[in-house]
Design a protein around this ligand. Structure first.
Ligand SMILES: C[S@@+](CC[C@H](N)C(=O)[O-])C[C@H]1O[C@@H](n2cnc3c(N)ncnc32)[C@H](O)[C@@H]1O
Length: 377
């Protein structure tokens, strides 16, 4: 089995960014639906996508997709899959389930039937009455939508936002995949200044430094597929080696990360040290009201406080402060993710572009204010 269908799951509203990443990696014939991109690939691509995609949440193998309105149909179709190829005798396979707008609406029954069919199939090869499940984890999902079942295997394990560098969080950290998406949606490039004046645990500056130096986001973590029976570990090692060779160690970056909290700065610096990127980011404690930035075609990308911890009045005031900074820094572009409905009013200007996205469950907008194109010396 070499050809496989893979699915990159994404944050809602950010599918187009992941699609662009996939195209840049050379993938074609991509099918985009809400929160998902289907990719025609091979088993080798599992390593490539997990290691390199900055904005996807997980990489799944689409094992099969078929209509199912009865449990018999579900059982038979799941049984037809060659599970002896995917699973060893001791693999710890876990069945997860979902169902929407389907006759088979009981998720626990769908999981039970799927597991039963898998076990019966495995018994055609392994002569045991009980599967110990003492081996590596393999997460299998049965997902029904409009009476069509999709059976997938999750190759990532932990979500891909878990890069392995954010050991400590400060207050309300932004997901790493969203931070990377915000940067990739902006006009920042590694030769421009990037500032995050509300940096918290440093997610936006650290993701930018990784992009600037071409550090693949998956290099510091483990994936479930590394222990799968049907994956060649040498291919993974090879891809990882390639990623290391592609790092641009000599690239000089101008990334500024500040926050009013000393603690946040300490945490952000520690997180950047885990990746060895602390020299690429200038960290300092500063209230945004006292921040001084060079008016030199920089790009400000930030996630201001949104009021769950500080009062609404303070949120309004900080957004007004951001607006003042934008007026003063007339060569800069500003990009702000906010769930605050009065953001544009307080900032003092309607955004040039605006995109709805979900920061976890929080419906947010990405307000984009474009400055002039950088002057070429
Ligand atoms: C939503 S959090 C940012 C989270 C960050 N993106 C991360 O991934 O960790 C907002 C940050 O704004 C900081 N903050 C609040 N008031 C500030 C001010 N007046 N000046 C600068 N930073 C401030 C808080 O300390 C907090 O770290």
């Amino acid at each position: 089995m070499d050809k496989v269908k893979l699915i990159a799951t994404t944050n809602f509203g950010l599918e187009a960014v992941t699609k662009r990443e996939l195209i840049e990696l050379g993938y074609e014939n991509l099918k985009v639906t809400d929160g998902k991109i289907e990719i025609e690939g091979s088993l080798k691509d599992i390593a490539v996508l997990n290691l390199r995609l900055r904005t996807a949440e997980r990489i799944l193998i689409l094992v099969d997709r078929f209509p199912a309105t009865t449990f018999e149909e579900l059982f038979d179709k799941v049984y037809d899959i060659d599970w002896t190829y995917f699973l060893r005798e001791d693999d710890n396979f876990i069945i997860e389930g979902r169902s929407r707008k389907s006759k088979l609406f009981s998720i626990s029954d769908c999981q039970r039937i799927t597991e039963k069919a898998i076990i019966e199939k495995l018994r055609t090869k392994y002569n045991v009455s009980w599967f110990e499940k003492s081996g590596p984890r393999v997460r299998i999902e049965v997902s029904l939508l409009n009476d069509v079942a999709e059976i997938t295997i999750d190759t990532s394990g932990d979500g891909l936002h878990k890069r392995g560098y954010r050991e400590v969080n400060y207050k309300a950290p932004l997901s790493e995949t969203i931070a990377a998406s915000l940067i990739l949606l902006s006009y920042w490039n590694e030769d421009r200044i990037l500032a995050d004046p509300f940096c918290g645990s440093g997610t936006i500056p650290i993701e930018a430094a990784m992009i600037g130096k071409n550090v693949a986001p998956g290099l510091m973590r483990k994936f479930d597929f590394e222990k799968f029976a049907f994956i060649d570990p040498d291919e993974f090692k090879e891809e990882k080696k390639k990623c290391y060779q592609e790092i641009d160690y000599n690239k000089k970056l101008s990334i500024i990360a500040s926050d009013i909290s000393h603690k946040a700065i300490e945490i952000a610096r520690m997180n950047s040290e885990i990746l060895g990127l602390e020299e690429d980011i200038s960290f300092f404690q500063k209230d945004i009201r006292e921040l001084d930035l060079p008016n030199d075609y920089g790009v400000l990308i930030t996630n201001p406080p949104y009021g769950e911890r500080i009062g609404k009045k303070d949120v309004d005031e900080l957004n007004r402060e951001l607006g003042k900074l934008y007026k003063y820094l007339d060569t800069w572009s500003f990009y702000i993710i906010s769930a605050n409905e009065k953001f544009e009013k307080n900032f003092g200007k309607k955004a040039d572009r605006n995109r709805k996205l979900y920061n976890g469950r929080l419906r947010s907008y990405y307000y984009q204010y474009f400055g002039p194109k950088p002057y070429k010396k």
